[in-house]
Design a protein around this ligand. Structure first.
Ligand code: LMR
Length: 328
């Protein structure tokens, strides 16, 4: 009898460490630079909740908001080094990896958010999700935030009002050209540094959707927001290709399903969140709204639109054409 038991015991002992190893959940560190109460912040938390419900014990998601683990200047390198496994940088932060994505930064290209949403569903955009695969970055989905407004320490009504002012920008050559086109001075800064730069007067303006302007203008006593809707700030949910393909197929399929569900929720709710933040900010009394007449908005458009031509070759005429066809 003992002759039979002994090999079984030996086998169990050999398997034991393996069993322990297999029980360790896969950890996904999801870092981002905005608050929990923004479209992206809520999306990250919903992703975490659904993963913990449906893949309990198999996958653990850790969410790090407000640049608490990595800021936007280091986050892509952290992803490539597999120090974080998920990010959702704004589409303005991928130039180095995929210049075609600059199409999303072109000022006044999309008529409204619905047009951007249509573009994100087109084949061209699906291909752009894969455009960084050779660099080790895998695009999972587009997450919406919203259209950008101009915020400054003084009212901006005409493009000439921006002349000489320093504007914080995300690291994008298109955004650089956009502010240069109105004789302003673009200054690249990580998101986490914007509030301080606005408070100290190091920059006098920023751009962003309402949900971000609230964070950017924190602590600023008086600011003016011009509702220009001149561009878009949406995100690409990305992961490290090697990490992602290393996840067992069944688990990865469930993660894909969850991402689809979260993406639908984020994209359905982003506009309402921005509307709510707009109302909150205006009700706080710290911000004065500047509303443009159609003629005034047209003047901004005419000054900024030449930027399209400058970047056409880099983005690709085909991508630009595809983007333009979504306006109705
Ligand atoms: C910014 O840097 O202004 C944005 O990309 C921040 C964000 O993630 O919304």
């Amino acid at each position: 009898k003992s002759l039979i038991v002994a090999p079984c015991t030996a086998l169990l002992l050999m398997l034991a460490p393996l069993a322990v190893e297999a029980a360790e959940p896969i950890v996904i560190k999801f870092a981002h630079v905005v608050g929990d109460d923004t479209p992206k912040g809520k999306g990250a938390l919903l992703f975490q909740k659904l993963v913990h419900e449906r893949l309990a014990g198999e996958v653990k998601v850790e969410v790090y908001p407000n640049s608490s683990l990595v800021g936007d200047a280091e986050e892509m390198q952290a992803l490539l080094d597999n120090k974080v496994q998920m990010l959702a940088p704004s589409l303005s932060k991928f130039t180095e990896f995929s210049p075609k994505l600059e199409v999303f930064d072109l000022p006044f290209l999309f008529d409204d958010e619905a047009a951007v949403a249509r573009f994100q569903k087109r084949e061209t955009s699906r291909e752009l999700l894969r455009s960084m695969a050779t660099r080790g970055i895998y695009g999972l989905a587009y997450w919406n935030n919203g259209l950008k407004q101009l915020s400054a320490s003084q009212p901006l009504r005409n493009p000439d009002d921006a002349a000489g002012l320093a504007f914080r920008i995300q690291p994008s050559p298109v955004l650089e050209a956009q502010f240069t086109a109105v004789d302003a001075k673009p200054v690249r800064l990580p998101f986490a540094d914007v509030a301080k730069a606005m408070q100290s007067g190091a920059v006098q303006g920023t751009e962003g959707p309402w949900s971000n302007i609230r964070g950017q203008n924190a602590g600023v006593k008086q600011s003016y927001v011009t509702e220009t809707n001149h561009g878009v700030l949406n995100y690409m949910l990305v992961t490290n290709s090697k990490f992602w393909t290393g996840i067992p197929f069944a688990v990865r399929s469930e993660l894909d399903n969850i991402i689809l569900e979260v993406t639908q929720t984020v994209n359905a709710e982003a506009a309402a969140i921005n509307q709510r933040e707009r109302e909150r900010l205006l009700a706080s009394g710290s911000t004065t709204l500047v509303t443009l007449t159609p003629e005034e908005r047209q003047a901004w458009r005419e000054r900024m639109q030449p930027v399209w031509k400058t970047f056409e070759a880099q983005i690709g005429a085909d991508v630009m054409r595809a983007a333009l066809t979504v306006n109705r």
